[in-house]
Design a protein around this ligand. Sequence first.
Ligand SMILES: Cc1cc2nc3c(=O)[nH]c(=O)nc-3n(C[C@H](O)[C@H](O)[C@H](O)COP(=O)(O)O)c2cc1C
Length: 190
Amino acid sequence: MLFTQKNSVEEVFQTVKHELHRGALDAKHPFRFVTLATQSENGVDARYVVLRTIDQEMNFFVFTDARSSKVAHLHTNPDMVLLFYHPHKRTQVKVKGKAEIISGGKTKAAFWSNIQGEAQKSYNQMLSPGTVIRDPSGAYSWNEPMTDSNFTVIQIRPFEIEALQLNGNEHLRILFSLEGNDWKKNWIAP
Ligand SMILES: Cc1cc2nc3c(=O)[nH]c(=O)nc-3n(C[C@H](O)[C@H](O)[C@H](O)COP(=O)(O)O)c2cc1C
């Protein structure tokens, strides 16, 4: 369990934040991989991504290829959801927020400087993600030299965080909502 009904809403907020930070720091933590849901004129979509970091202001950061569908979706509609699940703690965390696509500037340069060698290949495939190919091997060619031109950072500013912890018939559900600069914290019925 991550929290109990005896915890104050503030304690639960700090615990959930702490666990999210651990997801970004620890490659083996279940929050490391998260479902990112987006919406476009063609409907809803979802996919796993890696949670790269969470900063002091609680912005979430994800890396991707500028040519991927998620980037087009978020350009059209920045509303998105990150959905985490921790199987041992039996806890789901849903983060609703607005995404900003960062395709240049200091933030992108700082993140790119930490991506070295083979890892740069993820953003240097010659074919755009989703291109139809006759054979899988057709996708295994990369730009030479590798560049950061397709590397894109998705910055997510959350405005709602909800945690649901399963426990027999006594599930716990709590909602944190950003109002102005304050996070309102309320237990809600599971
Ligand atoms: C465990 C896992 C982690 C992934 N991490 C990322 C990631 O950090 N960034 C990314 O762009 N795609 C990641 N992918 C691939 C995406 O799920 C997706 O297939 C790809 O980005 C194309 O998505 P789109 O066409 O919906 O934009 C990951 C896939 C898995 C299974």
